[in-house]
Design a protein around this ligand. Sequence first.
Ligand SMILES: [Zn+2]
Length: 227
Amino acid sequence: MLKIAMQIANMTEEQCTAENIQSIVMRCGYYQSMAGEERGFELGMFDCEGNLLVLTENDFHRNLKEKVFFPGDPNYNNLLWQEIGRIKKELVELFDSFIDDNVPFSKLEAICKEISPKVVFYAPGANEWDPQMGMTFDNRTLRNFVLSQEIIWPFFRYEGEQFKRVGRCPECGTYFFADNIRKMFCSASCKGHNFYRTKKEKEQDMAESVAETTRKALSKMNEKYKK
Ligand SMILES: [Zn+2]
């Protein structure tokens, strides 16, 4: 659930490398394939400005000159982060409103108007009221793909309530998708850290209040003594 979206929402600029993005899009079965003489293994992603950001370099890509960027090109990392950062910002805004129990209707409506998922096949099923339908997601850009497959599609399938399981760890700020709706922390280690930190803070508060009481008692005694 939210396989690509969650990883992008948590991504930092340092983690935003061709290698990492490639492993995310491949594990999630998303890739942009291009027609060409050399078919080999072609993998890249288009950004919103129509640039092809090649994730795996091969001769076919090397022969394309315009608007094609390779890992190692001077501006490549900037462009990749510009695009991934833009998707991240959008996802974080959506997640934050889900966390506040608020479904941002007009934002989702705007996304629906922009993306173009297609029904690619329609065939009879065992029950005529329940035909077999296949849909493709809008994969013109990685952004459209993530939004259409991981955000709009669940709403289309009446599964929007799953977004109530989106959480943000109060200890480290990581976004996560909770299997258990009561889950509060991203990991056992953050839960542990939080437990000990709160315990320490409580102990410190207690120590401070004891010190304060003692200070007050002493100053009272001092005043008495002066008289
Ligand atoms: Zn955490």
